[in-house]
Design a protein around this ligand. Structure first.
Ligand code: HGY
Ligand code: MN
Ligand code: MN
Length: 410
């Protein structure tokens, strides 16, 4: 018998999920990919074994439901995501889904029913690596899904709507995904912290106060391709040299306040060659802040700096920022109940903001939500070195189980 029965069961599931990837030798499970399809099938089987009815949403999410004492009772949604970034860790998103399933599995094993239902959501589109926007499933459950995003294309030109069809999703029903306020108690998400704060404080668990807002988009810089051997340096309109100066300006602007972050995570030189002056460059932009006005000011400053560099270097620039997710404060009463559960499980409940985005932020203004953070080693995430201990995972699951039990008692 292990000392950490919740944690051991959860880690076993995470290990199994970690073997499901689109790229052998690493964890890469992009939204609506073959690996996502296999992971969704596996998670659905776990949900059924845990006594849930399941459905695949029109947007590629697996939703399980464990009924309460009375059929149709309001539901507490507990969820996270099973898609990943490229070359990811094994805990980001999957920890929250596996923890939720373990809590319901134990209720089912003990033949217990609560005064409310529990819905477990395994969202598929949290990372936003494949399409320009993300959070499709959670935004649909919050009633704020933008149908226009069905016509977004990935970098291979595949339409989201076609990828959904190929995945086997129902072709209708997005609007019916919306959870009404009277049929839903709220949303809770367990997630690794993806930051260094809990570890620095020597704590296993934290309760999230708010999730930073995020602006994401793409920058296209167009100069003039030329022969690397013949075009004199002063005559060049080098799109990559200009982009490099812009990227350093973005880094400088993102560093003007400890709360701000600005990141260029991807850059491509379409048709680039060793002996060609780059004529066109595309790079990504991700800017975040706890306060939306400051985030929008940061994006405005980045736009102005890039435009000024473009003018001086005689290149053109297009910046498109289709993704704008507001900062999302957690519900104080849900968070307080979660902090009490953490304390009853013998842990100090540090409260902290989330710099990372999560499905929970979709519920801003629609449903009460809160998050439980689990310590992760050195705060490393979006990296195969991502790690959370079985002890901390066990602590998180016990706190969630206590939270659910107490909710049932109120
Ligand atoms: O980008 C984020 O904050 C999240 O990991 N998708
Ligand atoms: Mn995540
Ligand atoms: Mn992530």
């Amino acid at each position: 018998m292990t000392d950490h029965p919740f944690g051991s069961a959860i880690v076993a599931r995470l290990d199994e999920l970690a073997t499901i990837t689109d790229v052998p030798g690493q964890i890469t499970r992009l939204y609506l990919s073959p690996a996502h399809r296999r992971a969704a099938t596996l998670v659905e089987s776990w949900m059924r074994d845990a006594g849930m009815t399941t459905q695949l949403s029109p947007l590629g999410d697996v939703i399980g439901r464990y009924e309460g004492e009375n059929a149709g009772a309001p539901a507490l949604i507990i969820g996270s995501h099973i898609d990943s970034v490229r070359d990811a860790g094994r805990f980001d998103g999957t920890l929250g889904v596996a923890t939720a399933i373990e809590i319901v599995r134990r209720l089912h094993r003990d033949k217990r029913r609560l005064p409310f239902a529990i819905e477990v959501a395994a969202f598929g589109d949290e990372e936003g690596v494949r399409f320009p926007t993300s959070l499709a499933g959670s935004r649909a459950m919050a009633g704020v899904f933008d149908e226009k995003t069905l016509d977004e294309t990935d970098r291979d030109g595949v339409l989201r709507r076609d990828a959904l069809k190929a995945f086997g999703c129902p072709q209708t029903g997005v609007a019916a995904m919306k959870r009404s306020r009277d049929a839903t108690i709220g949303y809770v998400e367990v997630h690794i912290e993806q930051g260094p704060v809990l570890e620095a404080k020597g704590l296993a668990l934290g309760v999230v106060t708010a999730i930073n807002g995020c602006s994401r988009g793409s920058v296209v810089v167009t100069g003039e391709a030329g022969h690397a051997g013949t075009v004199p340096m002063p005559l060049r309109r080098d799109a990559l040299a200009a982009s490099s100066e812009m990227i350093l300006a973005i880094e400088r602007l993102g560093s003007t306040h400890p709360d701000l972050v600005a990141t260029v995570g991807q850059i491509t030189v379409p048709g680039g060659a060793i002996n060609t002056v780059p004529g066109r460059v595309e790079f990504s932009l991700d800017a975040r802040a706890p306060d939306d006005a400051r985030r929008h000011a940061l994006v405005a400053d980045i736009r102005a700096a890039c435009a000024s560099i473009a003018a001086r270097r005689n290149v053109s620039i297009e910046i498109a920022m289709p993704y704008d997710i507001p900062a999302a404060p957690c519900d104080p009463s849900l968070s307080h109940a979660l902090a009490q559960a953490v304390a009853r499980c013998g842990h100090e409940a540090l409260t902290l903001p989330s710099g990372a985005g999560h499905d929970a932020m979709s519920f801003r203004g629609a449903l009460p939500f809160t998050m439980l953070f689990v310590r992760c080693r050195e705060g490393v995430s979006h990296n195969p070195a991502e790690f959370a201990s079985v002890e901390d995972i066990d602590a998180g699951a016990r706190a969630l189980a206590d939270f659910v039990d107490r909710f049932g008692a109120t």
